[in-house]
Design a protein around this ligand. Structure first.
Ligand code: ADP
Ligand code: MG
Length: 320
């Protein structure tokens, strides 16, 4: 069952008993987007914490139930990957569908991207998180799913301090790669969209790879590479691939990091590195020579081959 790249056949049982019979809402909103509000909640039966995403079925007068089923189907397809947010349950009322999701208590990586120095990511942090993002995205791509809305607001953390692990969220624009025909309506956020989206050219897994290039740029520098004063300027910067790789912007950041970003911010989608290729890039795989070069660059990518944290794959901790 696939129309326009959407998958609407789902396996999760949609509950029609009231969400509030089984969950208590706690605290204030975790976040919101155009058509969704996300609130923290506690499952009464277990005391466990979740994030409930409330999605309106009618948007601008149109029935969007199929879009929500597509979002659920993609979450189901990615269930085996720890870096994609886990879906716990689904509820439906006359007006909305509620996705009960694993709670990523550390919030959006957006916050650290725009933070001051002492709270901002170090290159070492970005290397660890980039590997996780790419592992998640490589999994989606192997399963023929494109996310199409990768940006710092849709990449969350299990914990902010200490810095936890990433969870990819928001599959509202995601599509199956087979049979996408119309892309006009699935425009993401201007700053992060690839040139082929602006030109109504075919989208592919490479479209996500462009967004990852923008994402890593922002995580390392705190600056959005294509953002202009007006939308038109942003679009022009994207279509001309007008990127600042100056020493000034990349102060203290390794040249391997710049090389990595350059392999993604390429206008021709076929020339961009794939998620698998990125995972093999030397920036993410420092050579193991612990004694030979103690101070190659400031915060060099060397000696960053630390083990992955393992506490992450368990249940998220209580809120910060
Ligand atoms: P939209 O499609 O409206 O953008 P998202 O799924 O991106 O909806 O959710 C909106 C915001 O809610 C996110 O940017 C994030 O801040 C917060 N959020 C979403 N899912 C979770 C979650 N599982 N845990 C914690 N916060 C979340
Ligand atoms: Mg979002």
């Amino acid at each position: 069952m696939s129309k326009n790249g959407m998958v609407t056949k789902i396996h999760t049982r949609i509950r029609t008993d009231p969400f509030t019979a089984n969950y208590d809402l706690v605290g204030k909103e975790l976040g919101r987007g155009k058509f969704a509000v996300v609130k923290k909640c506690i499952e009464k039966a277990t005391g466990k914490q979740y994030a409930a995403k409330f999605l309106r079925k009618r948007r601008k007068g149109a029935d969007c139930r199929m879009d929500i089923l597509n979002e659920i189907a993609v979450l189901e397809a990615a269930k085996a990957n720890p870096y994609v947010v886990a879906l716990h349950e689904v509820y439906e009322t006359h007006t909305e569908i509620v996705l009960v999701l694993e709670c990523a208590a550390g919030g959006e990586i957006f916050n650290q991207c725009v933070a001051d120095n002492d709270e901002a990511f170090t290159e070492k942090d970005v290397i660890r998180l980039a590997k996780q993002i790419l592992t998640g995205v490589a999994f989606l791509h192997r399963n023929n799913v494109v996310h199409l809305d990768l940006k710092p607001q849709n990449i969350l953390l299990t914990s902010a301090r200490p810095l936890g692990d990433i969870r990819i969220v928001d599959f509202g624009l995601s599509r199956r790669m087979d049979n996408i025909t119309e892309v006009r309506e699935i425009l993401g956020t201007p700053e992060y969209v690839a040139p082929e989206i602006l030109n109504y050219e075919p989208i592919s897994t490479a479209t996500d790879m462009w967004s990852i290039g923008v994402l890593i740029y922002v995580m390392l520098t705190g600056e959005s590479p294509f953002l202009g004063d007006e939308k038109q300027q942003t679009f022009l910067n994207i279509s001309q691939v007008n990127v600042d790789y100056s020493q000034d912007t990349f102060e203290g950041i390794s040249s391997l990091a710049i090389d990595f970003i350059k392999s993604l911010l390429l206008k021709n989608p076929r020339k961009r590195a794939t998620a698998e290729e990125c995972l093999n890039h030397p920036w993410l795989n420092p050579l193991p020579h612990p004694h030979s070069h103690p101070h190659l660059h400031t915060r060099s990518a060397a000696s960053l081959d630390e083990p992955e944290t393992s506490q992450s794959e368990s249940e998220p901790e209580s809120p910060a």
